[in-house]
Design a protein around this ligand. Structure first.
Ligand code: BGC
Length: 260
C-alpha cells in the first residue's frame, strides 16, 4: 500500500517541533503541499520548511496563535489565497501545561491549556470548514491523547480539553458527513517528544512510565505520523467520527497485565 497525498493542500498546526514537525515531513514526502503553522519558534519552523522544500515539496510557514480566533482567520485566509483551497487540517498544536491540583491551580494557566488544546482546534476547524463545506470535500484530523480517556492527576485542564476535543470530533463528523467530509481523532500515548522530555530523560520516571505501556516502550513520532498519513488518505475513506489510538495499548489498563 503506497500512501499518496499528491496535490493535497494540508495545514498542520504546531509544526515547529515534536509530532507536528514529523507529521508535516511525512505528508510532504507523500506528495502534499504543506502549511506549516508555528507560534513562536520562527527559526525552527524556517529550518523545517527549507528541509521540506529541499526534498521537493511546496511549503508555506505560517505564524499564528491557534488560541486567538483572529490570528487563525488570517492564517487560513493566507493559506487559501496561496493554494486556492484546503484539503487537510491537522489540529496538532497543544501543551500539557504546568502540573497542579485543581484547588491549587492558577486560573489563567488553566484557561491557557484549554484555549490552546480545545478552542484552538475549534477555531481552526471553524475557518477551514467554511471552505471544505463549499468544496464538499476535506479531512480534519484532531490530535487528542490517551488522556481523552485516562484521567491524569494534576492535568485537569489538559484532560478536560482532550475529552472535549474528542466529542467535538464526533459532533463535527455528524454535521459534515453527508458532504463527504471526514473528521477523526488520533490519540497518541507516550510518544518521545519535547513535551515529555523531563519524564523520559530521567530513568526513574521513565521506568514508571514504561510500566503503563503493555508494548513496553515509548512510541516514536514516525509511528504516529504514518498512521496520520493513512487516516487523511483515501485508503481511510470509510473512517470518520471516531478516535484511533496509537499508544502501545496504554489505554488497556496495563496495571492488570499481571492479574487483578
Ligand atoms: C502527553 C504526554 C504524556 C502522554 C502519556 C500525552 O498526551 O502530552 O506528556 O507523556 O500523554 O501520558
Amino acid at each position: 500500500m503506497d500512501i499518496s497525498l499528491k496535490g493535497k493542500r494540508a495545514l498542520i498546526t504546531g509544526a515547529s517541533s515534536g509530532l507536528g514537525e514529523v507529521i508535516a515531513k511525512e505528508f510532504a514526502a507523500d506528495g502534499a503541499k504543506i502549511g506549516l503553522n508555528y507560534h513562536s519558534e520562527a527559526e525552527a519552523a524556517g529550518k523545517i520548511a527549507s528541509e521540506i522544500r529541499k526534498n521537493g515539496a511546496s511549503v508555506l510557514a505560517l505564524q499564528a496563535d491557534v488560541s486567538d480566533a483572529g490570528s487563525v482567520e488570517v492564517m487560513i485566509n493566507t493559506f487559501v489565497k496561496e493554494w486556492g483551497g484546503i484539503d487537510i487540517l491537522v489540529n496538532n498544536a497543544g501543551i500539557d501545561g504546568v502540573r497542579s491540583l485543581v484547588w491549587e491551580s492558577n486560573i489563567s494557566e488553566w484557561e491557557k491549556v484549554v484555549k490552546i488544546n480545545l478552542f484552538g482546534p475549534f477555531y481552526c476547524a471553524r475557518e477551514v470548514l467554511k471552505y471544505m463545506v463549499a468544496q464538499k470535500s476535506g479531512v480534519i484530523l484532531n490530535i487528542t491523547s490517551v488522556h481523552e480517556n485516562i484521567p491524569w492527576s494534576g492535568y485537569s485542564g489538559y484532560t478536560a480539553a482532550k475529552a472535549g476535543l474528542s466529542m467535538l470530533t464526533k459532533t463535527m463528523a455528524q454535521e459534515v458527513g453527508s458532504l463527504g467530509i471526514r473528521i477523526m481523532s488520533l490519540a497518541p500515548g507516550a510518544i518521545k517528544t519535547p513535551i515529555n522530555q523531563s519524564v523520559w530523560n530521567n530513568p526513574e520516571t521513565l521506568g514508571n512510565l514504561l510500566k503503563k505501556i503493555p508494548l513496553g516502550r515509548m512510541g516514536e513520532c514516525e509511528e504516529v505520523a504514518r498512521v496520520a498519513a493513512f487516516l487523511v488518505s483515501d485508503y481511510a475513506s470509510y473512517v470518520t467520527g471516531s478516535t484511533i489510538f496509537v499508544d502501545g495499548a496504554m489505554i488497556d489498563y496495563s496495571n492488570f497485565t499481571h492479574g487483578g
